[in-house]
Write a protein that binds this ligand. Structure first.
Ligand SMILES: Nc1nc2c(ncn2[C@@H]2O[C@H](COP(=O)(O)OP(=O)(O)OP(=O)(O)O)[C@@H](O)[C@H]2O)c(=O)[nH]1
Ligand SMILES: [Mg+2]
Length: 306
């Protein structure tokens, strides 16, 4: 995709967040005054950036503005864009982009796990990767069917068992198929679960052990899917998951459906977990690899710009 059209996807995806105070704040011709900081604080809180992160960003911005003697809002916007980009940037490379890898997709019910896997399978397959899917949500019969539809659309393989089967056994068979077909990316769907359901969390541990045993040389990332619409609750959810299972990254879905896009900053800064993908719409190519600069620029852009 062209760079400009990708930026437009981010802008549209963050449309509901931008149309709040944030856009108006920087469109104003007023200079930098007390009101500016107050409104910026309110805008970041409303965008669900979280209190601690908002305070830190405001402090840093204030010092930079003083130091560089910035007097107009355009200048302030440029500095805030850099501060936000730095806050959400990750230095950790994503193993799935470096070579063979396993992605274990987890999260509570209905956050967008299966849909995201479908989009990921499609995108990696288009990039020439050989993808295998494991339908390890055996809780609902419809779950494997739903994933099967995506596998067909993306033209990738999938392994499933019947309803109620052991998810770790599904993953075991999917690994056999992955090896036999010479694949280089295995993505495992799992049933929606809460962090405090011990048996379900143990199930994830078992799946990870099977992967570690059968594919010892291949990195396995557990990606937590979070629904951006839930705002700060998503941050709490991530914290709770991180306490009971390994958490290597986040897929943040439904950013297009919420004014709480600031939650991205909160996840990155308060959890130190990289956001790897972001859902900016319902289309098959609307799951975008996370890009710190595009996110920061799109978040603070207004509609007059392109
Ligand atoms: N607008 C929008 N909708 C999304 C996005 N991602 C997922 N959805 C929708 O969210 C709903 C739930 O998605 P699923 O993929 O079934 O969620 P799940 O986590 O697999 O659900 P369970 O398997 O029941 O736990 C579907 O209607 C998706 O179309 C997104 O980025 N944007
Ligand atoms: Mg699902």
């Amino acid at each position: 995709m062209e760079k400009k059209s990708i930026f437009n996807k981010w802008k549209t995806g963050l449309g509901k967040t931008r149309t709040g105070l944030l856009a108006r704040l920087f469109a104003s011709k007023d200079g930098i005054n007390e009101e500016f900081y107050e409104e910026l604080e309110e805008a970041l809180i409303l965008a669900d950036a979280g209190a601690a992160v908002t305070e830190r960003l405001l402090d840093d911005l204030q010092s930079i503005i003083k130091e560089k003697k910035i007097a107009d809002r355009a200048g302030a916007k440029k500095e805030l864009t850099s501060l936000i980009a730095a806050a959400v940037e990750t230095k950790k490379p994503f193993p799935a982009d470096q070579g063979a890898a396993v992605l274990l997709i987890v999260g509570v019910n209905g956050v967008g796990k299966t849909t995201s896997i479908g989009k990921l399978a499609n995108s990696y397959s288009e990039q020439g990767r050989k993808v295998m899917l494991a339908a390890a949500d055996t809780f609902r019969a419809a779950a494997a069917e739903q994933l099967g539809e995506w596998a067909k659309r993306a033209n990738v393989g999938m392994v499933k068992h019947g309803e109620g089967a052991d998810p770790a056994a599904v993953v075991f068979d999917a690994i056999a198929s992955y090896k036999a077909k010479g694949c280089d990316l295995l993505i495992c769907d799992t049933a929606g679960r809460l962090h405090n359901k011990t048996n379900l969390m143990n199930e994830l541990g078992k799946i990870r052990r099977v992967i570690a045993r059968e594919l010892p040389d291949i990195p396995c990332d557990t990606l937590l899917v979070l629904d951006a619409v839930t705002g700060q609750n998503a941050v709490a959810q991530a914290r709770a998951f991180a306490e009971v299972c390994q958490l290597d990254g986040v897929i943040l879905t439904k950013l297009d459906g919420t004014a709480k896009g600031g939650v991205v900053i909160s996840i990155c800064e308060s959890l130190h977990v990289p956001v790897r993908f972001v859902g900016v719409g319902e289309g098959i190519d609307d799951l975008q690899p996370f890009d710190a600069n595009l996110f920061a620029e799109a978040l603070l852009s207004n509609d007059a710009e392109s």
